[in-house]
Design a binder for this molecule. Structure first.
Ligand SMILES: O=C(O)CCC(=O)C(=O)O
Length: 215
């Protein structure tokens, strides 16, 4: 496992050419902004445990989630359909900033709350059909630092680790989700919380079709 960002903490790094790009922008938010957003989101978002289907069994996710977006934004994940809540004003503010900075359409955000190091998200790719062929995911970290691992789908030995600090914006784009899975592993010594916001563009027609087909 290599730490790809150890030598260049303040640069934008296109890491994996031809297999998607992972760009890391440390300090995308100032310290004051990080504190303000973290405290509002931890208190004001509608945090819930997610029920995931694993090998035919319903299990509770080891983190809390909240899903916000434009009216009608639906997302199907692990056998369940989520309907977005109306935008929280500060999520909307961040979305506008991303749209302006990156000239990209965004209509929803999945928020994750890792209450401490026992919370995690296991290996997956953000490859649901409603995200489109080459989704661009804008992933913003707030609160305590956590590891973010990614590995090649066709060869799990090709595995890398970066550490995401508060205020960092990570962008996954191009065919990244086709070639790589990612996870936030448990870090049992950590007691502090972290919030992650993944802003996305959901193609509504694909989401509706999938819901109608029940898959
Ligand atoms: O918390 C993170 O940095 C990643 C979250 C994630 O993988 C997801 O929401 O799909």
């Amino acid at each position: 496992m290599t730490d790809l960002f150890s030598s260049a903490q303040n640069e934008i790094l296109p890491l994996i050419q031809n297999q998607g790009e992972l760009l890391c922008l440390p300090n995308w938010l100032s310290r004051e902004e990080q504190g303000r957003y973290f405290s509002s989101f931890s208190q004001e978002l509608d945090w819930k445990t997610e029920t995931l289907m694993m090998a035919g069994k319903a299990v509770q996710s080891p983190r809390l989630v909240a899903w916000y977006g434009d009216p009608g934004a639906r997302y199907r994940y692990s056998g369940l359909t989520y309907t977005a809540l109306p935008w929280h004003p500060l999520l909307s503010e961040l979305r506008q900033r991303l749209i302006q900075d990156f000239e990209t359409p965004l209509n929803s955000v999945l928020a994750n709350l890792y209450r401490n190091g026992k919370d995690s998200v296991s290996w997956h790719a953000d490859s649901e059909p409603e995200l489109g062929a080459e989704p661009v995911i804008y992933s913003l970290s707030l609160g305590t630092s956590r590891f973010f691992d990614f590995r090649r789908i066709s060869d799990h030995k090709q595995k890398h680790r970066i550490e995401l600090h508060s205020g960092t914006l990570l962008i996954m784009r191009g065919p990244f989700q086709h070639y790589w899975q990612h996870q936030v592993p448990k870090q049992l010594k950590i007691d502090e919380p972290r919030i992650n916001l993944t802003f996305r563009y959901i193609h509504q027609d694909a989401a509706k079709l999938r819901q109608d087909l029940g898959n």
